[in-house]
Design a protein around this ligand. Sequence first.
Ligand code: TRP
Length: 340
Amino acid sequence: MSETGRIRVFSGMRPTGLLHLGHLAGALTNWVALQEDHDCFYGIVDWHALMSNYAESENTGSLCLDVLLDWLSVGLDPNKSCIFIQSHVPQHVELFLALSMVTPLGWLYRNPTYKEQIENIQNKDLSTFAFLGYPVLMAADILLYRAEKVPVGEDQSAHMELSRELVRRFNHFFGAGLLPEPQTILTPTPKVPGTDGRKMSKSYNNSLYISESAESMWDKLKVMITDPARERRTDPGEPNKCPVWDIHKVFNHDAAQRAEIEKGCRSAGIGCIDCKKMLNAHIAEMMAPIHERRAKYASDPGALNDILRDGARRAEAVARSTMRDIYPAMGLIVRSDRVA
Ligand code: TRP
């Protein structure tokens, strides 16, 4: 709990590219809601991005700014949440090292995410010390702020479990209650398929981006794959086999219209283009204020700079106070000008 009596929340995203509608539905909408009554810290975790992208590191900074613009445009509010870049707060690295003292290698080698990525990712060399330690840095991100709740998707569950186990082990060595065990808020991840029907992902080149113009969004939607059995306009379709319908279910909140579309599709009363036009209208309406906000921030680099500087200052104040507890608990001498 923070001084304000609100529950402390931490979450982060790696800066690896523009964010898409899957990020919006799966995480960001929830993050925006949480900032109303929680004490939220949201980090752009650039060290984490380097752990897998160290060989092409030169764009990391500009990718951070893309993420920042996407976050602000969807309504993350620097007056409500602490928004910052991980590498701007050096204590993340300090706590990462402190936690690594008691991290058994076996826990890291057994981490299912690690095993899966080492086996499947061929185009880069991930056999590094840092990549193995990815979940330790993630634990440091959370524990540095003594966050009680961490909104993440199912894919992060193993990392969260490792964070909790690490807290228990750390407290066992260095002091009961030193760090709190963070809880996962499992964000329901609504299915938002990409234009080819597979999971929306930058690497599949099938994404609808948050920053995408209305024109470009429509260009992609109008050629998006539908129920493959519906070859002709006169063939009846099955919404449950149509990825466009999956997106309707997430972003079209007009229940009466959705019912009409389901019926019209099954009876061939409406065509795929009619259906896509309706979806496009809902997305365009949702995106209009988002794009307006994006344009405003994008034209004001000074404001972005202020947001990042203030975010890092606020984050660092909390981070320092955690490290002031951790140094003596580990038997280290706290630098004298950092006491109190
Ligand atoms: N591992 C997370 C992901 O890939 C990103 C992340 C880093 C994170 N540190 C975190 C998420 C701390 C929650 C809390 O999505």
